[in-house]
Design a protein around this ligand. Structure first.
Ligand SMILES: [Zn+2]
Length: 223
């Protein structure tokens, strides 16, 4: 599986399609209020990519290629029996990765997919039943704090799965090298800043915090 696009290519493509945005430090422009309540100078929206299956599949191909080329870890990709990601964003990502692994393997060595769902106490629950001895790759569309990934790892381990020593992400937006002692391998690695609202550098300069997915706001962020 050759890697067809560089990280810079993907950043340009995601920007052009309205999936990726970084603030330009002009305080007259608004900035992002994330679902978690923190403010940020950047945003990545996998949903915009996922609704275009051909582009999503190409991104998944390149992410898989990046995993396979990672020294010391790449050979483990061939041993993955299931790919699991946290709902909702990473459901299609897990499925696309599992499909790719399945169709590139010989014989009946198929790769399964699965997902975890957030529980009221903040933990994650795996919605599939693992077979004995499963080796699981955990994936995530956008890694910010790594919390969803960490909870997904715990859920898979609690279900008896063996989690690979790395996780796969489309966008590592915190530049995290590790999540819960698992290396983060991503298509795009950026260091977007996040602040608690009362400490936000952009708010202090007069920039307005807006929700990127709310009607009309993406145009305001990117125009
Ligand atoms: Zn702010």
């Amino acid at each position: 599986m050759p890697e067809n696009h560089s990280e810079e290519d993907w950043r340009s493509l995601f920007t052009d399609m309205g999936a990726f945005w970084l603030h330009d430090d002009n305080p007259e422009r608004p900035h992002a209020l994330l679902t978690s309540g923190v403010h940020s100078n950047g945003f990545f929206n996998w949903g915009v990519v996922a609704e275009q299956p051909i582009i999503a599949r190409q991104a998944v191909n390149d992410l898989a290629a990046r995993m396979e080329m990672t020294p010391g870890l790449g050979s483990l990709v061939a041993t993955v029996s299931r790919v699991v990601g946290p709902a909702y964003g990473a459901i299609t990502l897990a499925n696309d990765l599992a499909l790719l692994f399945s169709i590139t393997r010989s014989g009946t060595d198929r790769c399964f997919s699965g997902f975890t769902v957030k529980q009221p106490d903040g933990s994650m629950e795996l919605r599939q039943t693992l077979r004995a001895g499963e080796r699981v790759l955990v994936c995530e569309d956008t890694v910010t704090t790594g919390k969803s990934v960490n909870e997904t790892i715990r859920a898979v381990e609690a279900a008896g799965g063996q989690v690979l020593p790395f996780i796969a992400a489309i966008c590592n937006r915190s530049g995290l090298g590790m999540a819960d002692n698992h290396a983060v391998i991503s298509l795009l690695t950026v260091s977007m800043k996040t602040w608690q609202p009362h400490e936000c550098e952009l708010c202090k300069q007069g920039s307005e915090a807006i929700r990127p997915k709310q009607e009309g706001n993406w145009a305001r962020l990117t125009q």
